[in-house]
Design a protein around this ligand. Structure first.
Ligand code: GTP
Ligand code: MG
Length: 191
């Protein structure tokens, strides 16, 4: 629908939205494609920092998926980190996503920046996805899921490659989008 590079470019809030957040390269754009069953809709890349704008995808039945730029890539210049804060901060301050999908790499979940964002999201509805689960053997998947379950009431293993967890997450998000119609929660303040 639209790519916003500056706070002023953000579209007016409309249908319920689900925002996808997480470190650079964890698989946010890939998750959007997997959930929508559309291969190249959200652009993905091996190079961290691919998504630098906030990209809005409007679904036919009146909902939006919002791909946020990733954080935490060490080689990003300071000016760009500031730009991330301003843009993502403006997004979270100005609207009420029905939920935020916080994606973490199943191999290194809950980095400092992840837990900072989680704390900032406070009472907001959050689904934590442990992405690239296909890269972990079953036993390690199980223990990672157990450890991460203290982060949020909703934590799932996920893989865009093998589609592990995709249907289950799609059902949960669709349910939350439905429940959110007409809701007016306060925006997330404080980035
Ligand atoms: P930024 O936009 O840079 O913040 O990255 P992103 O979080 O949107 O990640 P993206 O979806 O572009 O994926 C980054 C890399 O990880 C790509 O090379 C993907 O193919 C790969 N990838 C994404 N999801 C998975 C997954 O579930 N399993 C595996 N093995 N690789 C994945
Ligand atoms: Mg991306």
């Amino acid at each position: 629908m639209l790519a916003a590079g500056r706070p002023a470019d953000l579209p007016p809030a409309g249908p319920p939205e689900i925002a996808f957040a997480g470190r650079s390269n964890v698989g946010k754009s890939s998750a959007i494609n997997a959930l929508l069953g559309r291969k190249g809709l959200a652009r993905t890349s091996k190079t961290p920092g691919r998504t630098q704008t906030i990209n809005f995808y409007e679904l036919e039945w009146g909902a939006r998926l919002v791909d946020l730029p990733g954080y935490g890539y060490a080689r990003v210049p300071k000016a760009m980190r500031e730009q991330w804060k301003a843009l993502v901060g403006a997004y979270l301050d100005s609207r009420n996503p029905a939920a935020v999908v916080l994606i973490m790499d199943a191999r290194h979940p809950a980095t400092d920046l992840d837990t900072q964002l989680l704390a900032l999201l406070g009472e907001h509805r959050v689904l934590v996805l442990l992405s690239k689960a296909d890269k972990l053997p079953r036993a390690a998947q199980k223990s990672t899921l157990q450890e991460a379950s203290s982060l949020s009431p909703h934590v799932r293993l996920f893989s865009s490659t093998t589609r592990q967890g995709v249907e289950e997450c799609r059902d949960l998000l669709a349910q939350w989008l439905q429940a959110d119609r007409g809701n007016k929660r306060p925006p997330v303040k404080g980035i």
